[in-house]
Design a protein around this ligand. Structure first.
Ligand SMILES: [Zn+2]
Length: 472
């Protein structure tokens, strides 16, 4: 027995040299787990609403024809059809690696309920007891879909050029369940007579173009939202090869596609699309409240040496039986940790985080890095003050100073946090400005005793300025 234990310890030691005082992360079970979108399988469009949508399309086409403004006045006569590019785009400036996952394809099995067949002969689709078979592709936003909706961070763009033949805005956009709400949507007819429906958009986000106007491939149509029958922010993308009479198609080719033989994608994506959607660092674990409350990501890229840092991993389509290589890399390019995390289940989206304290031994720019299925994603964060321009925040004011209770900060740059130190350099107070875009910030210093302090103010883009603060 003793020998076995010793051998085991020796073999573990030879695999993973343990150089720090905390457990090696390879032996730590992270917090987190799957994120399940549309768990209740609500409908995107009831059958009645689908018929209404088709009716509106026909009416608008008739009106455009009457005004001599209809760009394409024919149904497709077999043969070639247009091809689609991907209808979802990450907005400029968002530092996530990717922003979407797929919760459901079209249901090719016309029986119901729970008689499911997607184009790939799988069951990644849904139907309802009322007889609705999902007729589109559901692309949801991940991670922090509500946060990304609030900040206009995921755009719906035209998958092919065409004419806007229907547009509806002004509808409530934070649906969480079946409610018979009408969706905000744009429908586009292409040169071959086919029509694409883009549904569930954010209220007030739609293109300023009107019915009858032309859009180019890749042109902005709206922001991903949760209007209509919806359980969270996603795009419902539905395609008809012609409208009168209507012929539904599935843009994905596959052996169980009962509607059409070939793909409608320029470059058809995989059935699953394993990917690292985001690597983030946090000062507190992220919070996912109940629908439709916006998540609190608690993201931060500025830390002190003695902080607890949370290392978040946000996956799309993690595959059971595969593993991901994770690294925390010091400013001198040596590893603090380098380990593998094994995925034991298939999830269309999942989040995991590890956290460490007292192991950060170097100031400067660190890296949090992950490699999965050949792709590497790197996220940088700063510990301490190295690499930071101390005098860059020229347009910042701290007042009153001396201060009694409330100290005000005016800053032209959005601030991330402030830290108050005593004269011995000990951290007394840390204030996070998560969600406050400024320019006014305030800190309650009522709990500080009288004397001199140092106030370090950090901007969201990594700049720092230090002020002497007198407390009375
Ligand atoms: Zn849908």
């Amino acid at each position: 027995m003793k020998t076995t234990t010793l051998t085991l310890l020796l073999s573990l030691a030879s695999i993973v040299p343990i150089s720090s005082q905390t457990p090696d992360p390879a032996y730590l079970q992270p917090e987190g787990g799957p994120y399940v979108f549309n768990e209740t399988h609500e409908t995107c469009l009831t059958e009645d609403q689908r018929q209404l949508a088709l009716q509106s399309i026909k009416q608008n086409i008739a009106l455009l024809r009457q005004d001599n403004k209809l760009a394409t006045d024919h149904n497709r006569l077999g043969g070639a059809h247009i091809l689609f590019s991907w209808p979802i785009k990450k907005a400029d400036g968002l530092d996530y690696n990717d922003v979407w996952s797929i919760s459901g394809y079209l249901d090719h099995n016309t029986a119901y309920p729970s008689q499911l067949t997607d184009y790939n002969c799988g069951t990644k689709t849904y139907d309802t007891a009322a007889g609705y078979n999902h007729a589109g592709v559901d692309i949801y936003t991940w991670p922090f879909g509500w946060k990304m909706m609030d900040n206009d961070e995921v755009e719906i763009i035209a998958a092919a050029a065409g004419q806007i033949i229907y547009k509806n805005d002004g509808q409530y956009d934070r649906s969480c369940s079946f409610n018979n709400n009408v969706w905000n949507a744009v429908y586009v007819q292409h040169a071959d007579g086919s029509v694409a429906l883009y549904g569930h958009m954010k209220n007030g986000s739609l293109t300023t173009k009107s019915v009858g106007d032309m859009v180019a491939e890749g042109e902005f149509l709206g922001i991903v939202g949760s209007s209509g029958n919806s359980t969270g922010p996603h795009l419902h993308f539905e395609v008809y090869s012609q409208i009168d009479p209507d012929i539904l198609i599935d843009p994905y080719t596959g052996s169980c596609n009962s509607l059409n033989p070939d793909t409608w994608w320029i470059d058809q994506k995989g059935y699953a699309n394993p990917n690292i959607n985001a690597l983030l660092t946090h000062n507190t674990p992220p919070v996912f409240p109940a629908c439709p409350t916006t998540e609190t990501p608690n993201e931060s890229t500025q830390f002190e040496l003695d902080d607890t840092i949370y290392f978040g991993l946000y996956m799309r389509d993690q595959v059971a039986g595969t593993s991901i290589n994770l690294k925390i890399i010091k400013p001198n390019n040596t590893y603090l940790y380098n380990w593998f995390f094994d995925f034991t289940a298939n999830y269309t989206s999942s989040w995991w985080y590890w956290y460490f304290t007292g192991v950060f031994d170097m100031e400067g720019t660190w890296k949090w890095e992950a490699t999965y299925q050949g792709d590497t994603v790197t996220h940088e964060f700063v510990i301490g003050t190295l690499g930071v321009n101390e005098n860059a925040l020229e347009h910042i004011a701290v007042f009153p100073n001396p201060v009694k209770d409330i100290v005000n900060i005016n800053s032209k740059l959005p601030l991330e946090q402030a830290v108050i130190y005593d004269v011995s350099g000990k951290k007394i107070m840390k204030i996070s400005f998560n969600g406050n875009e400024g320019p006014h910030y305030s800190i309650n210093t009522g709990s500080l005793s009288e004397g001199m302090y140092f106030l370090s103010v950090y901007s969201e883009d990594g700049q720092k300025e230090v002020f002497k603060l007198m407390k009375r």
